[in-house]
Design a binder for this molecule. Structure first.
Ligand code: SLL
Length: 174
């Protein structure tokens, strides 16, 4: 296989999380599982940056599993089996409940024919709404419920420089 000189392919992705405050019923159900401290449900994800209009979902319209083989989400060690693995075709996301913010270590592994090294980065899992004063204070839950879901997403571009010819075909076939 040969690299195609002078070509670089960009694929827009987003990564991040959405979080909502648990309802009273959800909190009671979790209390029975011994998770009485849990206050939020969150989803951390890696998705295509393209959104389906009116879907209410952040991103995810294109199939990034054409070039991504696996995404690892390493959660805080207070979670059982913190290293969560999602294989293609995804969706590359993890939904959990919890009580605190922390840094999620995310590793994207590309399909083998890409010849690319994995791409790793952190995402700060955000649960609490930003406040006007910008102070890192945890607001009361009633205030967080009023504020609605928290969205914390970053745009990024995966760049394949001088891709292998067969991989270039895979990338441009979609
Ligand atoms: C903090 N540095 O102290 C952070 C850690 C960890 C949050 C937050 C796990 C829930 C469980 C969970 O929410 N961990 O215990 O199952 O704020």
């Amino acid at each position: 296989r040969v690299r195609v000189r002078g070509i670089s392919i960009h694929r827009p992705i987003i990564y991040g999380n959405t979080a909502v405050v648990l309802t009273q019923q959800e909190r009671e159900a979790l209390r029975r599982e011994g998770k009485e401290s849990h206050t939020h449900r969150w989803t951390v994800a890696v998705r295509s940056a393209a959104s389906k209009p009116d879907s209410g979902i952040v991103g995810g319209a294109d199939d990034i599993s054409t070039y991504i083989k696996r995404v690892n989400f390493k959660l805080h060690e207070t979670y059982p089996t913190p290293n969560r693995v999602v294989d293609a075709p995804g969706p590359f996301e993890i939904t959990e409940t919890g009580w605190g913010e922390f840094d999620v270590f995310i590793r994207i592994t590309f399909i083998p024919e890409s010849g690319e090294k994995p791409h790793s980065f952190y995402h700060h899992l955000k649960l609490h709404p930003w406040n006007e004063t910008n102070e890192p204070e945890i607001p009361p839950l009633e205030e967080a419920i009023r504020a609605g879901p928290v969205h914390a997403w970053q745009y990024d571009e995966v760049v394949f420089n001088e891709p292998y010819n067969n991989f270039l075909q895979t990338l441009t076939a979609h």
